[in-house]
Ligand binder design. Structure first.
Ligand code: NAD
Length: 419
């Protein structure tokens, strides 16, 4: 078992991952110091008139971590526990994600400290519009393009787009992605993160010699990403999804769960536990199951120095952002578990967001099949670049993904004459 005093500050983790890769890469010290920090960040207050007439002040952030390769790109999270360090870490990971996916964008992220479940639809709309009023001068198709993330959705993107267009007096749908289809959203965007993750798992299975047909799989988190991954794991890879969880706990059935039974149970009960024919398990138990593929698709810091020794999966596909701590990484490397690192595994969302921007700019829209085909090509190319780097440099996949990404960002910064 590893130390009990792991630093779980996400930005400290993001920086330590960068440090390790910079060391392997022999990155120039000046470039390393430049890449260790966000280029720009905005901290602001958002006064919102509540339904009862009071004005409540919320705190918002937008971090533009690095835009050497193109406009910053990243979601906006609404969360009561949001911190500037979480936003910084996620903005850093977006920088490496757009670089490893080789799309011409940088990395950014935003957030508001709030609990959207306590807000009425009107309050949520005024808060969303207030966020855009604060940053409208600093975002745009050529500067920084937000998107949905935890607790934000296409409707919120619709309000934000409208606020931006009202302030700017013109239609500019490409300023924000993850929009409703009716406002210029892309076909396939909703499922893109899950589908991209499935393409990465397919490639990983080929690499480790795992037959996916009938292979067992456990998924932590049953939101947008986890539920989509369940569907595609069965439809595309023929896997048996034996365990699922949400924030209330997990369920297990060695015969596997069909999407239909789970979705209809969820609709009626609002939580997974209690599904007929399933055994209840805890979230920590789910992670330690003896399955071929483990898919963390919920929140950060789930695989740590405390439980890494007991993880039995052959492949860990990190659909969530930051599910694995550096201590756990060390254990997985020793054990030879094949990790598909988060900013590669969950890049499908930002890849299709980029396709959305392209479609908005040309005002010409693609069929879903075309979107998915292009997504497969991008994910597979990114996966192969990372694996090739891991083999050539004899480093773990996460370090290899950093090497690919940092090298691309550093080259762009160097060519601009920044460092
Ligand atoms: P979501 O809010 O739709 O779903 C989150 C799920 O996780 C829910 O089922 C929730 O019950 C569960 N959960 C919350 N806390 C938990 C806990 N402590 N233990 C177990 N389960 C818990 O979010 P999402 O969009 O599906 O995102 C999931 C993860 O994927 C996040 O890390 C997010 O950053 C990452 N991600 C999402 C996208 C995207 O396109 N949505 C893209 C890239 C990465």
């Amino acid at each position: 078992m590893k130390s009990t005093s792991e630093n779980l500050n996400p930005f400290a983790i993001a920086q330590s991952q960068l440090d390790e890769a910079a060391d392997v890469l022999g990155l120039d010290e000046n470039m390393h110091m430049f890449l260790r920090q966000p280029m720009r960040e905005f901290h602001f207050t958002i006064p919102v008139r509540m339904d009862d007439g009071r004005v409540r002040t919320f705190n918002g952030y937008r971090v533009q971590y690095n835009d050497a390769r193109g406009p910053a790109k990243g979601g906006i999270r609404f969360h009561p526990d949001e911190t500037i360090d979480t936003v910084r870490a996620l903005a850093a990971w977006m920088t490496w994600k757009t670089a490893v996916a080789d799309i011409p964008l940088g990395g950014g992220k935003g957030g508001i400290i709030c609990n959207p479940r306590e807000l009425s639809p009107g309050e949520l709309e005024r808060l969303s519009r207030g966020y855009i009023r604060n940053i409208s001068r600093y975002v745009g198709l050529r500067q920084d393009v937000p998107a949905p993330d935890v607790n934000t959705n296409p409707q919120i993107m619709g309000w934000m787009l409208d606020e931006y267009e009202v302030l700017n007096g013109a239609h500019e749908p490409g300023v924000i992605t993850g929009k409703p289809i009716e406002l210029g959203g892309s076909a396939g965007r909703g499922a893109a993160t899950s589908l991209g993750g499935i393409f990465a798992i397919r490639e990983a299975a080929k690499t480790v010699g795992l037959e996916t047909q009938g292979a067992s799989c456990a998924i932590q988190g049953y939101g947008n990403v986890g539920s989509g991954t369940h569907k595609f794991a069965i439809e595309i890879l023929g896997m048996k999804v034996v365990a699922l969880s949400d924030e209330f706990g997990g369920i297990y059935n060695e015969e596997g769960f069909s999407v239909k039974e789970v979705v209809s149970h969820l609709k009626q009960n609002g939580r997974l536990q209690g599904l007929a024919g399933s055994t209840e398990i805890s979230n920590p138990d789910l992670l330690e199951l003896d399955v071929d593929v483990l898919i963390p698709a919920a929140i950060e810091n789930q695989l740590t120095g405390q439980n890494a020794d007991r993880i039995k999966a052959k492949i860990i596909a990190e659909l969530a952002n930051g599910p694995t701590t550096p201590d756990a990484d060390d254990v997985f490397n020793e054990k030879g578990i094949f990790v598909i690192p988060d900013f590669l595994c969950n890049a499908g969302g930002v890849i299709v967001s980029y396709f959305e921007m392209v479609q908005n700019t040309s005002n010409f829209y693609w069929e879903e099949d075309e979107v998915n085909e292009r997504l497969d090509k991008k994910m597979t190319t990114a996966f192969k670049a990372v694996i090739e780097m891991a083999e050539n440099e004899e480093v773990p996949n996460r370090v290899a993904a950093y090497l690919v990404a940092i090298d691309r960002v550093a080259q762009a910064a160097r060519l601009r004459g920044w460092v």
